[in-house]
Structure formats: C-alpha cells, structure tokens
Design a protein. Structure first.
Length: 129
C-alpha cells in the first residue's frame, strides 16, 4: 500500500453537526504527507485524529515537522511527536504558527516500530476561530 498523497482538511463550523469523514490511510515510512492549509493560510488550529490500524501489536510514532519562518512565527518551538499503540486513537491540536511550511502545508510522518510495516488512518479538522 502507498501513502495517501495528502491529508484532507475537514472544516468544523460552530453550531453545525459534522458526520465523521473518511480518513486518509497512510502506510508507515520516511516520507512526510502534507495537510494543505492554502488558501486558508491564516488558519490557526488543526485537530489531528490518528488511529493505529496495524494488524500487529506494535506502536507507531507520529511526527509533525516544525514550520518555516516565515510564515510560522513560532517555528522555534520545534517539531512534535507522539506514539500511538495498536488500535488506539490519539488527538492533538496543532497551531499553524508552529508547523506551517512556506508552501502552506503541514508535514506529518508516521514511523513504524523497527522492521515493521503498519498503517494509520488520519483525519484533520480545521477548528473554527
């Protein structure tokens, strides 16, 4: 299986119900997959939902790269990473001021346990201001 070419950004709107969207499926590897923030380059926060869908009982690491300055004024806070156990779901809120690249994207990489191949389902939500 190959990585999705990008992660879909789903807009959340205040006072509106959203049906859970289809997630983007990624296999683990060394290539970053992007969330495209353009044309909303002023986007402030993203809720990322990561599910480890691996068949084996292994933990994967999810990394979100630090952004470029400019536009990421808080890029000096650095990258963020966390682990997700098999069948677990993790949520994290990201700030574009820390993670946006100069091309208007956020880079996400999913890395497996050593010598393993795993899959993850990721959903990204644009949080309302």
């Amino acid at each position: 299986m190959a990585n999705a070419t990008s992660i879909t950004l789903n807009a959340l709107t205040a006072e509106t119900v959203l049906t859970r969207p289809t997630g983007d499926v990624l296999d683990t590897g060394t290539d970053a997959v992007t969330i495209d923030l353009t044309p909303d380059a002023d986007l402030h926060r993203i809720l990322l939902e990561v599910t480890n869908t691996a068949g084996a009982a292994d933990t994967m690491t999810v990394s979100i790269a630090a952004g470029d300055y400019p536009p990421a004024a808080s890029q000096s806070l650095g990258a963020v990473s966390f682990t997700v156990a098999q069948s677990a779901v993790r949520y994290i809120v990201l700030d574009s001021a820390q993670h946006m690249q100069s091309d208007g994207t956020v880079e996400v990489t999913v890395t497996p346990a050593a010598t393993k191949t795993q899959t993850a389902t990721i959903r990204a939500y644009k949080l309302p201001k």
